[in-house]
Design a protein around this ligand. Sequence first.
Ligand SMILES: [Zn+2]
Length: 169
Amino acid sequence: MTSCSPRRTTRLCSVSESGPQSLPDELAARAHARCLDACRKFDSSLEFDLEPRAVRVWWTDTFENHSEDLAVRIRDALSAMQETPQGCLAILSAGEPERVHWRGYRQKVYQLVAWGLQGALPTRRSVVRHLCHNKLCIHPEHLRIGTQAQNLFDQRQRRAGVGHIYEGL
Ligand SMILES: [Zn+2]
């Protein structure tokens, strides 16, 4: 039912396309592998038991028991995005960040991508930063786990008209 280009991995066969691999698909494939790797490396014994507890229980269960499903969700979310002129991946018509409801927990898709690829548990003090200042964007390289203070710094940079600040890229 799907058309697979011979040079493509079977992993991407569910993505309908016939031409060369698009940026979203390329990133999606890489993110899928990275997520599985992050889930494999996740070790809950190394994590401090910080609040919010329900979120951390959910993520621990996700990393340990739903890694393939998580990786597929992240891959499919990235594949569905459009590349903006700034290099972001977003649904351009969306007014606010897309959300996903999965296994009884509702969160923004960029949070699912960021934490899922990080393989770490969210804490009350941690936030997902958008280095591109585009809240609609779920490009893995534009997302960083950081502190609320860093997030406020990002917002000031955005207001000051400072463009993309991809640290260490
Ligand atoms: Zn971006």
